[in-house]
Design a protein around this ligand. Structure first.
Ligand SMILES: *Cc1c(COP(=O)(O)O)cnc(C)c1O
Length: 392
C-alpha cells in the first residue's frame, strides 16, 4: 500500500510537472475560430480595402450596438483612443484630468499627450478602482474631465463619478481597455462599459478580452459632436480628402484587424462567461488561506466584472512567483510600479507615500493565469501549488 501510494504520488508529480499554465494562451482560441478568421481576412484581401474599409464600418456598427451606444470609431490602439477622446473634448494645455494611481501607464500618458496635467488619486482597497471618496478634493478650477479606469475588467463606481462630474460640469472619459462587455448596475439601469460616460476608450491589444491580431482600439459615444470630432482627428483632420479642418492624426483601425475583431466579437460574451466561471473556481479553491486575499465580486448574470485579470493579494510574493514558475505556472503583476513613481512622471511632483493603498498593493498584487480556454486541471494545478507554498 505504502509503495503504491509512493508510486501514485510520483506519477502525479510527473503529471504536474508536465502541465503548463501560461498566463495567457492565444493559440487555443485561434484554433477555435481559425476558419472564420481566414475567410474574414481573405475577404479584405480580395477587396484590398485596407484603410477604413468595409470591415471597419461593419465592426464599428456591431461594436456600438454591442456596447449599447449610437457611435463607435475604430482607431489604431487603446492609447490613441484615450488620447483622441481627450482631444475631441477640447482638453489641452492648462487643463487637469483626474485619474487613478494604479493603472496601465497609457492612461496617464494619453493625458500628457494633450498637454493637460494628470491629477492622480488613490484606489479603493476593495475594488482597486478609483477611490471616488477622494474625487471631490482633487477637483480644481482647472479640472476638465474625470478618467476612471475599469481596472482588471470591473466597472468603476460610475454613479459617484457622474455625480461629481455633474456637480462641477466635467466630462467623463471611461478607460474601458480592460472591460469589454462588463456591465454596470447603476442609477441609469444596467449598462455596459462604453456607455457610462461622455466617451469611452477600448483597446484591442491581443491579450485583452476582445483582442485583435495586432494593435487596435475604438472609441464609443452617444454624442454626435464628439463622434464627428473623432472621425476628423483619426484621419489627418480631413473633412474631405485633402481638406484639413483640424490638425489630426493618422490613427485608424486596420481593416484586417477589424475582420478579426468581427469574428471574435460574436464569441465575446461566451468567453467572458468562461472568465467569470474560472474566477469563481479560483475563489472556491483558494478560500480560507489567510496569506491570500481574493478579489470580491458579485455573481450577477450581467457581470460587472469580466476578469480581464484575476488579481489576488499575497504575502511573500517573490517567493510564491518563483515557486509557481518552478511548477510551470506563469503569473503577472498589474502593476509593479504605481503611475506616480515612474521616472517619466517625476515632473508631476508626487512623493512616495501620497497614495498609500496603491503603493502597498503594488507590493502585494499578483495576477494568476486567466483566459477563457483555461482548463479546470490547470486551475487546480495553480491552486494546489499555492496551497502547497503556504503549507495549507
Ligand atoms: C491596454 C490598456 C491601455 C492601452 O491600450 P493599447 O491598445 O495597448 O494602446 C490603456 N489603458 C488600460 C487600462 C489598458 O489596460
Amino acid at each position: 500500500m505504502a509503495i503504491r501510494n509512493a508510486v501514485y504520488k510520483n506519477e502525479t508529480r510527473m503529471c504536474e510537472k508536465m502541465l503548463k499554465v501560461p498566463f495567457v494562451d492565444l493559440k487555443e482560441q485561434y484554433e477555435e475560430i481559425k476558419g472564420d478568421v481566414s475567410s474574414g481576412i481573405n475577404e479584405v484581401l480580395g477587396r484590398c480595402d485596407f484603410i477604413l474599409g468595409a470591415k471597419v464600418r461593419e465592426f464599428e456598427h456591431e461594436f456600438s450596438s454591442y456596447c449599447g451606444v449610437k457611435y463607435a470609431s475604430g482607431v489604431a490602439s487603446g492609447t490613441d483612443a484615450l488620447h483622441l477622446a481627450l482631444k475631441a473634448l477640447g482638453i489641452g494645455e492648462g487643463d487637469e484630468v483626474i485619474t487613478q494611481a494604479n493603472t496601465f501607464i497609457a492612461t496617464v500618458l494619453a493625458i500628457s499627450y494633450t498637454g493637460a496635467t494628470p491629477v492622480l488619486i488613490d484606489i479603493d482597497p476593495e475594488t482597486c478602482n478609483m477611490d471616488t471618496s477622494k474625487l471631490e478634493r482633487a477637483v480644481t478650477e482647472k479640472t476638465k474631465a474625470i478618467l476612471p479606469v475599469h481596472l482588471y475588467g470591473q466597472t468603476a463606481e460610475m454613479d459617484k463619478v457622474s455625480e461629481t462630474a455633474a456637480r462641477h460640469n466635467l466630462f467623463v472619459v471611461e478607460d474601458a481597455c480592460q472591460a469589454h462587455g462588463a456591465y454596470y448596475h447603476g442609477a441609469k439601469g444596467v449598462r455596459r462599459a462604453g456607455a457610462l460616460g461622455d466617451v469611452a476608450a477600448f483597446s484591442f491589444y491581443p491579450g485583452k478580452n476582445l483582442g485583435a491580431y495586432g494593435d487596435g482600439g475604438a472609441l464609443t459615444t452617444e454624442n454626435p459632436e464628439i463622434f464627428e470630432k473623432i472621425r476628423l482627428l483619426r484621419d489627418y483632420g480631413q473633412a474631405e480628402k485633402y481638406h484639413h479642418v483640424v490638425k489630426g492624426y493618422n490613427s485608424r483601425l486596420d481593416t484586417l484587424q477589424a475582420a478579426v475583431l468581427l469574428v471574435k466579437l460574436k464569441h465575446l460574451d461566451k468567453w467572458n462567461r468562461l472568465r467569470v466561471s474560472h474566477a469563481i473556481r479560483y475563489t472556491e479553491l483558494l478560500g480560507g488561506i489567510p496569506e491570500i486575499k481574493l478579489p470580491k465580486f458579485k455573481k450577477n448574470e450581467k457581470s460587472a466584472h469580466v476578469f480581464h485579470l484575476f488579481v489576488v493579494r499575497v504575502e511573500e510574493r517573490d517567493g510564491l512567483i518563483e515557486f509557481l514558475n518552478g511548477r510551470n505556472i506563469s503569473t503577472g503583476i498589474h502593476y509593479p510600479v504605481p503611475a506616480h513613481m515612474h521616472e517619466a512622471f517625476r515632473d508631476l511632483g508626487y512623493k512616495k507615500g501620497v497614495f498609500p493603498v496603491t503603493e502597498k498593493y503594488s507590493e502585494e498584487i499578483l495576477s494568476l493565469p486567466m483566459f477563457p480556454e483555461l482548463r479546470d486541471e490547470q486551475i487546480m494545478h495553480v491552486t494546489t501549488a499555492i496551497r502547497e507554498f503556504y503549507g495549507r
